[in-house]
Design a protein around this ligand. Structure first.
Ligand code: PGA
Length: 259
């Protein structure tokens, strides 16, 4: 099962995951990071700014999880723009080494296969950062997504469009389609780190970590992964039945193991 780490704040989560990523890059300067958008990973990117001071990041590679279809990449809320603004520029990464699925309508039929080929050519993702939607999605793999799915076009649920409307002028501007790494793609990353904060995520976290494996709750796919870490605050952990066990386990974990 996933290792669950319950932390006291978003900042503590950010510091913990940033330390793991910094150690990865120090060991492997051309590490391949799986980058997530949304508000959840921001404390990680924030904490990385300090952690990577003096670390050579010129060779670091990255793949975003997903992108909207048909949104101009120059639009402030395209995931290409978000990754550039939140990750590439502040961390001083080489933009040429950071890829985002291509949501252009003209090439969308083969964009998924192209992205899979690019990830494979990079040797796969070393550490994949994940958020989770209130409906249990990871990436944009909405409920019903196959555990074997690869990068492809998906239709966003109305719930996801409503959740993301805050980034746009109106819900009418939120695209209806996206291109996302599949659950099968995500499961091939060597280490999954799923973060979640706040009461609103508590049910999705409990279902993903302790519920049955089901495509109806795509986040439950992490139970199939040999090295998955779930980092949550107390509110997001509040529906976990085994919370005390996770606390005990983490408190007694050998320091050399990292997360
Ligand atoms: P959020 O989104 O980080 O903005 O809550 C998470 C997700 O939808 O995967």
């Amino acid at each position: 099962m996933a290792e669950v780490v319950i932390v006291e704040s978003k900042d503590a989560a950010g510091a913990l995951v940033a330390a793991e990523i910094a150690a990865l890059i120090e060991n492997r300067p051309d590490a391949v990071l799986g980058l997530a958008t949304g508000s959840t990973p921001l404390p990680v990117y924030q904490a990385l700014r300090g952690r990577l001071d003096g670390v050579d990041v010129s060779q670091v590679r990255g793949f975003a999880l997903d992108e909207y279809v048909g949104l101009d990449p120059a639009h402030a809320e395209s995931y290409r723009s978000v990754i550039t603004r939140e990750v590439v520029e502040p961390l001083g990464l080489d933009p040429q080494r950071i890829q985002v699925p291509n949501g252009a309508e003209a090439t969308i039929q083969h964009a998924g296969a192209d992205y899979e080929a690019a990830i494979a050519a990079a040797g796969g993702v070393d550490l994949q950062i994940l958020g989770i939607g209130t409906d249990g999605h990871i990436g944009f793999n909405e409920p019903g997504s196959s555990f074997a799915s690869r990068t492809r076009v998906k239709t966003l649920t109305e719930q996801t469009r409503e959740d993301n409307a805050r980034f746009f002028d109106s819900i009418d501007d939120v695209p209806r389609h996206c291109i996302t790494q599949g659950l099968g793609t995500i499961l091939q990353a060597r280490h999954l780190v799923l973060l979640a904060f706040g009461e609103g995520k508590a049910q999705a976290v409990a279902d993903a970590v302790e519920g049955p494996l089901t495509a109806s709750l795509p986040g439950s796919a992490i139970q199939l992964h040999p090295h998955a870490t779930v980092v949550v605050d107390e509110a997001a952990a509040s529906k976990l039945k085994l919370a005390d066990y996770y606390r005990y386990t983490y408190a007694n974990k050998p320091a050399w193991q990292g997360i």
